[in-house]
Design a protein. Structure first.
Length: 328
């Protein structure tokens, strides 16, 4: 008789202690460790001096970031991994994720301490927001959206489109990232009240101020036009199932046959292996403010009923997924 070996517990411990790595990342970035290494401080004493911390802390955090693959250590000298160089070096980064990490540390992480209440009641926690916390919240969310928009522009091909509708999202960056790849694309922005100033500023800063910015309630707006590209990015998690079904019907009415619709959001799926970042955000959205990460199958149902046929699903790195549909 052969004994069946017992599985090891490494994966469970990696998950259970994940918050330790998160906290080390947040504070390595906060003290400027990545910027210091980028600037040539590649030893523990140099990092400590540049960051204004003890050598013990510099050593601890540098080794912790090495363990996570964000630094590379060779004979006591540290160098940045490519992703750390691109996103964690502050002003020199392609996108400085610092504001998003601050949001995770100061808003999201403490809020997850209320997750037991959410599990027991299916209710969000209490954000206890003031002006300063709202500023941290919005800076973090909009920074994360910039990353999503960058990946959206890289991975979604709308080369043939000429007339786009950007509907009800939180940031103009998604449409602008596509327009940068397709200069012939003209976009009309239909956003909820309160977002118009930020959208107008972003459009003007991108040098496309001739684009139209319209204000309408997202749940009930019925855009008019004949659009061959429609963006519904970061929309559905903020609305009920009934509202989302109506939104997709209204968007189909504004689209030409054969038009492309993008639906960017996190989804719970029926794949053999659930994508982790989506499942984590299902908890994040609920504990923060009660919004919903919907099952992909439910979203596909709304789309089919509204006259959209899903033709592709694109997983954006470090970001949500995109359902790409055609107007039929």
């Amino acid at each position: 008789m052969t004994d069946t070996p017992t599985a090891d517990a490494a994966r469970i411990l990696d998950i259970a202690t994940g918050y330790m790595a998160s906290k080390q990342l947040f504070h390595a970035r906060r003290i400027g460790l990545f910027a210091a290494v980028d600037g040539g401080a590649d030893t523990v004493p140099a990092i400590a001096e540049r960051c204004g911390v003890s050598e013990r802390i510099a050593h601890l955090l540098a080794d912790a970031m090495t363990a996570q693959g964000l630094l590379v250590r060779t004979d006591g000298h540290y160098a940045l991994a490519p992703d750390a160089a691109a996103y964690l070096t502050g002003a020199d980064a392609a996108i400085d994720l610092g504001p998003f990490l601050t949001f995770l540390d100061e808003i999201s992480y403490p809020h997850w301490l209320q997750f037991a209440h959410t599990v027991d009641t299916t209710e969000p926690g209490d954000l206890r927001m003031d002006d300063a916390r709202w500023a941290t919240f919005m800076a973090g969310v909009m920074t994360y959206n910039r990353l999503h928009a960058q990946e959206f522009g890289r991975h979604i091909d709308l080369a043939g489109a000429t007339k786009a509708l950007d509907f009800g999202g939180l940031s103009a960056d998604f449409a602008l990232s596509v327009m940068a790849q397709n200069p012939a694309l003209h976009t009309t922005f239909v956003y909820a009240p309160g977002f118009e100033d930020g959208i107008a500023e972003a459009v003007a800063a991108a040098g496309v101020a001739d684009r139209v910015v319209e204000i309408a309630d997202t749940a009930t707006a019925a855009p008019e036009g004949a659009y061959d590209a429609v963006f519904a990015n970061h929309v559905i998690h903020r609305f009920t199932a009934e509202e989302n079904a109506r939104i997709f019907r209204n968007l189909r009415a504004a689209a030409t046959p054969g038009a492309t619709l993008t639906v960017l959001d996190f989804f719970l799926d029926d794949d053999a292996e659930q994508r982790g970042i989506d499942a984590r955000h299902a908890g994040e959205y609920l504990v923060i403010d009660g919004t919903v990460v919907y099952p992909e199958s439910q979203v596909r149902g709304w789309l089919n009923d509204a006259g959209w046929e899903v033709r592709d699903k694109v997983a954006l790195p470090g970001s949500p997924r995109v359902l790409v549909a055609t107007a039929v």
